[in-house]
Design a protein around this ligand. Structure first.
Ligand SMILES: Cc1ncc(COP(=O)(O)O)c(C=O)c1O
Length: 311
């Protein structure tokens, strides 16, 4: 597998790929994107990702220049070409699909743009080290005014606020930053959704034990509605764990039994410290593990090679 690029349907080596300096994605962040990975060489949830790309584009009034299924064929063609061009190792791919408003004369007015430009990048996926799944990660919390507020829920390309939040996390030795909205509610990670496992007390003495609940901030919180999030909600249902989409305050977050983040590239990563406060027992919890194992089955990996058993 090797790195390859597709620009408007033409497959190129990265060193041959050219995008105009007048492209509005470059000039104004006037673009949307998706991040996808393969399992067994197949792009996972490709239709869902391309549907979200189309919805994101609609939110900022960019029309897909080709039908969605044709874009899907371009993604698959690039994955195939990249596998054929490289060594035989059956590595998984990391895919980024971008759509910009295109290029045109300088000026903010979107009417100045020519035709939208589509760019697909494929490269070998580098899985997270097993230790992060085994031991869990630390996160910080940070309040930001997000650029995405102009089009909540859309995956627009301007991630500057998130990038700076992640920089702050890394400077504090943490893996991820959880974003708080102006009222202090936990929204999501810089590139992930967040879940809490809570134990609910019985309604009254002698009542049935309600067991564990999975909590995640609702769509209305301004999150990017993650495709991994949706799959985790599905597998929780299969495991008989109720899920509530509810606002999450800081005190609720810190009181959770277990916390984890989800994203396409990282799947499910246990969070064991928030701003240096331990979560639950300070180690990845059994509910997070069970959900992750069920998620791996759902994506066709079975029980072999669980990420927390990897080097
Ligand atoms: C802001 C944000 N939230 C959540 C996610 C997780 O989404 P998905 O599970 O679709 O990868 C991402 C992924 O990049 C993201 O950027």
């Amino acid at each position: 597998m090797t790195r390859l690029v597709s620009i408007d349907g033409v497959i190129l080596r990265p060193e041959e790929a050219r995008v105009s300096v007048y492209d509005r994605g470059f000039l104004y962040g006037d673009s949307v994107f998706e991040t996808i990975r393969t399992y067994g060489g197949e792009p996972f949830a490709l239709d869902e990702h391309l549907a979200r790309l189309e919805r994101s584009a609609e939110r900022i009034a960019i029309a897909l220049p080709i039908p969605r299924d044709e874009l899907g064929r371009e993604v698959r063609a690039l994955i195939r070409a990249s596998a054929e061009a490289g060594a035989a190792a059956p590595l998984e791919s990391y895919i980024r699909v971008m759509l910009t408003r295109g290029s045109g004369p300088l000026g903010l007015d979107p009417a100045l743009a020519g035709a939208p430009l589509r760019v697909i990048l494929v490269e070998p996926l580098k899985p997270l080290p097993g230790a992060l799944y085994r031991d869990g990660i630390s996160v910080i919390t940070t309040r930001t005014q997000r650029a995405g507020d102009a089009a909540p829920g859309a995956k627009i390309s301007n991630y500057l606020e998130s990038l700076l939040a992640l920089r702050e996390a890394r400077a504090a030795g943490a893996h991820e930053a959880l974003i708080l909205d102006p009222s202090g509610h936990v929204v999501e990670g810089t590139t992930s959704n967040v879940f809490l496992v809570e134990r609910r007390p019985p309604a009254h003495e002698g009542a049935e034990d309600p067991g564990y609940l999975l909590i995640t901030p609702p769509k209305e919180a301004g999150i990017l509605v993650g495709i991994t999030r949706a799959n985790v909600i599905d597998v929780a249902g299969e495991l008989g764990m109720p899920v509530c989409c509810e606002p999450v305050t800081m005190s609720r977050l810190l009181a959770a039994e277990e916390v984890f983040i989800t994203s396409s590239l990282r799947e499910i990563v246990p969070v064991v410290r928030v701003d240096a406060h331990p979560i639950g027992a300070g180690a990845p919890g059994p509910r997070t593990r069970a959900l992750h194992a069920a998620f791996r089955e759902k994506v066709g990996l079975g029980k072999a090679h669980l990420p927390w058993e990897a080097p």
